[in-house]
Design a protein around this ligand. Sequence first.
Ligand code: SF4
Length: 270
Amino acid sequence: MAARSTNQCTDGYRLEAQENLSPGLYVHVPFCASRCTYCDFHVASLRIPVVRDYVTALVDEISSHFANGFQPRTIFIGGGTPSALDLASWDKLLATLSKYFKTDLIEWTIEMNPESIDANKIEIALSHGVDRISTGAQTFDEKGLSLMGRRHDARRVFEVHQLMAELGVPRTSLDLIVGWPGQDHESVIADLEAVAAIDPDHVSLYHLSYEQGTWLDAMRSRGVIDPLLDETCIELSRQFLEGLSRQGYQRYEVSNLYKRGGESLHNLNY
Ligand code: SF4
């Protein structure tokens, strides 16, 4: 869903996770409408027959885990782009997870991309028990969004968060990326202002990395784009972290910050 991170808990958090939270269930939805320029994840193209076969296989696997006595305390549905599922597949997957696992859950997160979130999908997710939505914003700078091959604009991120507020999504998280070529202090200030306006209870801040085989890495090799200097990336990262801290966010993992008790319980399992 986003750029690389190294999520390492403090020992205290890891202990808490082992004692209180495990097991967590991660459900992967590998489909994306297109590939972001920095992404080297395994993603599959969004073809409805393949999507439906995949969801059917997932449902079978979920059923067999339930039959074997598995009961997660947390669920995280990530990708890929889970919100790219068609409505029928979306409902089928969430209904299955809800039927088997909802009773014991203390947190259920789903990742969504701004361009494929709509009121129907949010309402279905809430009706099945999803209580946390993580949105891949990455930046609010249109140049950055375009360079990273994102399919949404900044305005859409505000719209979907307004929609989530209206529909009563209990907890929200935003993914942001630091270190993309051309990012500067003004851009970070704009991203911080956007975070302040949206006010999610969780922010994931990932560092862009140039992974082999990605479009961005190829452009770097050909000299078409100029990567930021490491020193600049560190400065921008510091600017982000200081700005988020001033907004009340506490860092609890390398890439993750929260406020209002919004740390991801699922993350604490790792
Ligand atoms: S949305 Fe973009 S970054 Fe996320 S998995 Fe798909 S292609 Fe990769």
